[in-house]
Design a protein around this ligand. Structure first.
Ligand code: SF4
Length: 296
C-alpha cells in the first residue's frame, strides 16, 4: 500500500488523517521559511490522490476523524479537481468531522468568490493562512509576496464562502526594533478580517534561509523574550471588535495564552503581565539569542 503524506501540518491537525494534493509551495520565497525548499512545486493528479484516499480508507476504515490536506497552498489547484477530490474523500469517509488545508493569501485574494463557495459546498471546512505580520514593510522584508490588502481580501473572502479561517502570526518577526509596528499593524489586519482563529508561533531561524543570512549580517536583530512578550501583549491589547479564538499552541512559544475575544482579553493580558513583570526585574540578564531550528 503506497500512501503519500504531506511533510508538514498545523499543530491543531496533530491527530488528523493527512492527504496530499500538491507537493511543495508554489511561492517558496518567504525569507524565513525552509519548509519546502528541497522540493519543486508539483500538482498531483486527481487519480493519484484518489488512489491515496482508497489506501487510507483501507488503512483507517470509515471512522470519525479530521482530515488535513497539504501541502502549502491547496486552493491553487484547479477548482474542479479540488471539488472532485473533496467529494470523493467525503464519499469514502462518511464520518469525517472536519477537512482543512493550508492556503496562501495571494492565491485566495485573486480567486473568484464562487470557486471558494464550491470548495465549501464540496466539504472544505477550514483554511489555515500564514498572515505572519500585517506590517507592510515587514511583509516586504520577508518577501511574503502578499500585502496587508491581499491578506484582508483573502481572509474576508474565505469567511464569506462559509469556510472557517485560521490566521497564523509570527511573534518576534519584527526583531528587536520592529516589534511595536509588527504588533499594531498585525492587529489592524486581524481586526479587519475577524478570523475564527488567531494562532501565534515564535520566529525561529533556519540555517540556509535568507532570514538566517540577514541575522548573520546584522540586518535582522532578534528580540529578547521580554520584547516578544510585550509584542504579544500589544497585539492582544490592539485587537478590538473581533470574535476570534486566540491560541498560543506552538511548541516554540514561551507562554501559553488561550482565550476567546473579546471576553477573555483581560485574562490573556493578565497572564502576560505576570510574566512580563518578572522578566522586567531580570532585564539585564536577557539576551537576544535567536531560536535556531534545523529542518530535515
Ligand atoms: S511561508 Fe508558506 S507561502 Fe511562504 S514559502 Fe513557506 S510555505 Fe510558501
Amino acid at each position: 500500500m503506497v500512501y503519500e503524506l504531506p511533510p508538514f501540518r498545523p499543530p491543531s491537525e496533530a491527530y488528523s488523517m493527512l492527504l496530499r494534493v500538491t507537493r511543495g509551495c508554489p511561492w517558496n520565497r518567504c525569507k524565513f521559511c525552509g519548509m519546502y525548499k528541497m522540493m519543486r512545486f508539483e500538482t498531483r493528479s486527481v487519480e493519484e490522490v484518489k488512489a491515496d484516499i482508497d489506501a487510507a480508507r483501507e488503512f483507517y476504515g470509515d471512522r470519525k476523524m479530521n482530515v488535513f490536506i497539504g501541502d502549502a497552498d491547496s486552493p491553487v489547484i484547479k477548482t474542479d479537481d479540488f471539488v472532485e477530490i473533496l467529494r470523493y474523500l467525503r464519499s469514502q469517509f462518511t464520518q469525517i468531522q472536519r477537512v482543512t488545508s493550508y492556503g496562501r493569501a495571494k492565491t485566495l485574494a485573486l480567486m473568484a468568490p464562487d470557486k471558494l463557495k464550491r470548495l465549501a459546498e464540496a466539504g472544505l471546512d477550514r483554511l489555515h493562512l500564514g498572515l505572519e505580520t500585517g506590517d507592510p514593510k515587514l511583509l516586504q522584508f520577508i518577501n511574503k509576496g502578499s500585502t496587508p490588502e491581499h491578506m484582508i481580501k483573502a481572509g474576508r473572502k474565505v469567511k464569506a464562502a462559509g469556510i472557517e479561517l485560521s490566521e497564523y502570526l509570527m511573534l518576534g518577526l519584527g526583531g528587536a526594533d520592529g516589534w511595536e509596528s509588527h504588533a499594531r499593524e498585525s492587529a489592524a489586519v486581524l481586526n479587519a478580517i475577524d478570523p475564527d482563529f488567531i494562532r501565534v508561533r515564535t520566529t525561529s531561524l533556519i540555517p540556509d534561509t535568507p532570514l538566517f543570512e540577514a541575522y548573520e549580517k546584522g540586518e535582522y536583530k532578534p528580540p529578547t523574550i521580554l520584547d516578544m512578550l510585550m509584542e504579544e501583549r500589544l497585539l492582544i491589547e490592539c485587537l478590538e471588535g473581533i470574535h476570534s479564538e486566540f491560541h498560543s499552541d506552538h511548541v516554540s512559544n514561551f507562554v501559553p495564552v488561550f482565550g476567546k475575544f473579546m471576553e477573555d482579553k483581560p485574562e490573556m493580558l493578565k497572564t502576560l503581565d505576570a510574566v512580563i513583570e518578572r522578566l522586567e526585574k531580570n532585564k539585564d540578564k536577557l539576551t537576544n539569542e535567536p531560536r535556531i531550528v534545523t529542518v530535515m
